[in-house]
Design a protein around this ligand. Structure first.
Ligand SMILES: Nc1ncnc2c1ncn2[C@@H]1O[C@H](COP(=O)(O)OP(=O)(O)OP(=O)(O)O)[C@@H](O)[C@H]1O
Ligand SMILES: [Mg+2]
Length: 406
């Protein structure tokens, strides 16, 4: 049985969480046995690292592990890449060529992103997995290879089976042993160790002084979602160390670069964003304009739909607290509980000037022509009110004001 500490130190797999311990135990058990392993996990969780560790602790470690990214090879040439081809089998096949399965003889082949393999190729993979047999493209001679297959996927293969994009028989053959790597957000207890190791390795390699992360900074990082998992964490640590030029890493530095922790994201809280003040301000203004446009659209819609007056509340802008009305025609008004209200559908016919004149007339009358009180209520100085009375040509008739422009 392989010693876990040795496995961990020689493979570089960092972590002390229960889930990483389980993964290490499983690797220790299956690595020496010639058995197919399927590794699943989100992007950046360390699938390739696990595959390398399995190969390193297998009996095949003296030979190579060939990595094939099934998702990166165009479907038209994937079979020729995997199984080789015979000279003349297609345009451009100028000579016989070995494929990866032949080259990996005695060693290991790591089929990364196995879920991306075209269905036609999957049948041939199943055959090579079960019998070790395959044929070069354009050849009828059966060849034999002795390879151990390790496959990885960041997709749920059962879902692909349901969508008829992955063969069930191949899935069962691959998952003889399955290693599930949990996302980093589900093993946050590993974060401090990962950060420390990545920081030390990086600063040593690049001759940067390293003064550590303060505990609050690490705590903040534990609340972040890490959608890119360990890869994202590694890149984050390296870039913050470069940007902070050997300073001790504080909560603010991490916060500035990482933004709001996604685990505790709440739409009602102020959001920390990775933007300059100008960018943020511009965005805020644009957002407000958009909201304003939506409001205007909504108001228009309401006004178009309001054929019959609905009763507005006294706080409604169209409320006018007096029965004296100079500019409004009868069909612009409606009497509700003894109050004269401007009909909503009449508002579109009135200019701001009309409304202002109307408000001045009514307010003056409401305060029995007391200009000081009227000015205060209208939110203007007495001098302005005086000027407006003059400009609008308002005159007092029978103790109340009238617009002379009617
Ligand atoms: N437990 C770990 N300890 C140390 N380094 C790790 C660990 N897990 C992942 N890494 C590092 O994170 C990076 C991403 O790992 P890896 O390439 O193995 O992920 P992956 O699951 O294959 O990602 P993808 O699905 O995107 O191919 C590598 O630099 C790897 O060294
Ligand atoms: Mg990978």
């Amino acid at each position: 049985m392989i010693d876990i500490e040795k496995l961990q130190s020689r493979s570089g797999i960092i972590g002390n969480s229960d889930s990483i311990r389980e993964v290490l135990d499983l690797i220790a058990q299956v690595a020496p046995v010639d058995i197919t392993v399927l590794i699943s996990g989100e992007s950046g969780t360390g699938k390739e690292m696990i595959a390398k560790a399995i190969h390193k602790f297998s009996k095949r470690s003296q030979d190579d592990m060939i990595t094939v990214n099934c998702g990166a090879i165009p479907s038209g040439i994937i079979e020729s890449e995997l199984f080789g081809h015979k000279k003349g089998s297609f345009t451009g096949a100028n000579e016989d060529r070995k494929g990866y399965f032949e080259s990996a003889h005695k060693g290991t082949i790591f089929l990364d992103e196995i879920g991306e393999t075209p269905l036609e190729t999957q049948v041939k993979l199943l055959r090579v997995l079960e019998e070790g047999e395959f044929m070069r493209v354009g050849d009828s001679k059966t060849l034999y290879t002795d390879v151990r297959v390790i496959a990885a996927t960041n997709k749920d293969l059962r879902e692909l089976i349901n969508k008829s994009q992955f063969r069930q028989d191949l899935y069962f053959r691959l998952k003889t042993v399955q290693v599930d790597l949990p996302p980093l957000r589900n093993r946050i207890e590993d974060i401090s160790q990962l950060v420390e190791r990545f920081a030390l390795e990086f600063t040593r390699k690049n001759d940067i002084p390293y003064r550590g992360f303060i505990p609050e900074a690490i705590r903040f990082m534990k609340n972040y979602n890490w959608p890119g998992n360990v890869r994202e964490l590694k890149n984050f640590v390296e870039s913050i160390l470069v940007l902070q030029k050997g300073e001790r890493i504080t909560l603010k530095m991490v916060d500035d670069k990482l933004g709001v922790p996604q685990n505790i994201h709440n739409d009602n809280l102020p959001v920390v964003i990775n933007q300059s003040a100008e960018q943020a301000e511009r965005e805020l203004i644009l957002r407000q304009l958009l909201l304003l446009r939506q409001d205007v659209g909504l108001i228009k819609e309401i006004m178009n739909n309001t054929k019959n007056i609905s009763v507005p509340s006294p706080s409604d802008v169209s409320f006018i607290p007096n029965d004296d009305h100079s500019k409004l025609t009868d069909n612009m008004e409606v009497d509700v509980d003894g109050q004269k209200l401007v009909r909503n559908d009449a508002i579109g016919d009135m200019s701001l000037e009309d409304l202002e004149r109307e408000a001045i007339v009514r307010t003056l009358n409401y305060f029995y022509n007391n200009r000081r009180k009227a000015a205060k209520s209208l939110g203007m100085s007495e001098r302005t009110l005086y000027r407006k009375i003059h400009d609008y040509g308002l005159s007092k008739k029978n103790k109340s004001y009238r617009s002379t422009k009617e």
